[in-house]
Design a protein around this ligand. Structure first.
Ligand code: FMN
Length: 334
């Protein structure tokens, strides 16, 4: 039997490779999501903070892009930031009402329970991204079909450096718990997977597949600016940090347990040891940050990537990245 033929994540979602695109806010737009679905992966649109207009538009465009290919279209889903849904769930409701239901809806960062039943009652698979063993029973009880174990090496938001788990120990610990308590629930590894070695390793650790953020962020179809991707291509895995610096600069109010991993650039270094000062008087730093964003100066603007950035050496097409990761993992597993 060929590698992945009996992979239950592939079977359940009609995938040709056990890879899901992370629903990255401001990166996983219609083009990247459709490209990943076409390449045989699960395409999760980055519904992020729940902008209803953006989500409706980008989801419809992705759906149109895939309309000629039923198999690819059946791989189109979306993800949201859970704590934002508690404030405004309009974007989620829009997708729940669509005639052709999404392939899956993913919730990350917060208690999925208040939204889970509305998703699962419609027969839509619920994917929950978690950061600690504590959160696992809650996600399973909420009806998750798939758990994403997010390690602290990942890009973007996740648990703080103190609270976060490394993917390498978190995935097998969850795999053991699921095999004892909920063997029907599938598991994806997220955080630091950026090539076929990472995919093969995740499967060896007991995952059914992987959720890729940073590696697919650095693609032609991503909404990320070319200059930001170039900064990432130049960086090594040593060059990131997990903190609240950019949340203060961007004026984002996340629950306190969540910090974000980004490139540890000049503006981050300038404030990381003076964080209280930054919080008390952020105006000048915010002005410098905003100017950085406007002028694509990534010594001052944020570049959201994880430690896997050291494995990213090109800004390629998503389809080629997925094919490369898939081929490398198959060869290793063989
Ligand atoms: C640019 C970027 C934006 C992200 N935005 C979101 C988001 O809106 N919602 C979410 O659930 N996860 C988000 N994440 C985290 C991913 O879901 C995933 O956990 C992470 O990217 C995995 O680690 P990796 O970056 O090493 O692949 C984001 C990650 C990145 C890199």
């Amino acid at each position: 039997m060929a590698i992945f033929d009996d992979n239950r994540f592939c079977k359940r979602f009609g995938l040709t490779t056990p890879i899901a695109l992370a629903p990255m806010a401001f990166a996983s737009g219609s083009e990247l999501t459709a490209a990943c679905a076409r390449a045989g992966a699960l395409g999760l649109l980055g519904g992020g903070y729940g902008d209803a207009q953006w989500t409706a538009r980008e989801y419809s465009i992705a759906s149109q892009m895939l309309s000629a290919d039923n198999q690819a279209h059946a791989r189109l889903g979306c993800g949201f930031i859970t704590w934002r849904m508690a404030e405004n769930r309009e974007a989620l409701d829009l997708l729940l009402e669509r005639e052709q239901a999404p392939a899956a809806l993913m919730l990350s960062f917060g208690d999925p329970t208040p939204f889970a039943k509305d998703i699962t009652d419609r027969g839509i698979p619920l994917i929950c991204q978690i950061q600690s063993m504590d959160q696992l029973p809650q996600a399973v009880d909420a009806g998750a079909s798939v758990i994403v174990a997010q390690g602290v090496e990942g890009g973007g938001h996740g648990y703080s450096a103190n609270e976060g788990r490394s993917t390498f120990t978190f995935v097998p610990e969850i795999a053991d718990w699921l095999s004892q308590n909920a063997p029907e629930v599938m598991l994806l590894a997220a955080g630091g997977v950026a090539d076929g070695r990472g995919l093969a390793a995740a499967l060896m650790l007991g995952a059914d597949g992987v959720l890729l953020g940073s590696r697919l962020w650095a693609t032609r179809e991503s909404l990320a600016a070319d200059q930001a991707i170039e900064a990432a291509v130049q960086a090594s895995g040593d060059d990131t940090a997990r903190s609240l610096v950019f949340d203060v600069l961007r004026e984002k109010q996340w629950p306190p347990e969540y910090h974000a991993r980004c490139l540890r650039n000049a503006i981050h270094r300038a404030w990381e040891d003076r964080f209280d000062e930054l919080k008390q008087a952020p105006e000048d730093a915010r002005a410098a940050y905003r100017e950085g964003v406007e002028t694509h100066d990534y010594s001052r603007a944020h570049v959201t990537v994880g430690q896997g950035v050291g494995l990213i050496n090109s800004n390629a097409k998503a389809e080629d990245i997925i094919a490369e990761i898939d081929a490398e993992a198959r060869a290793l597993l063989r």
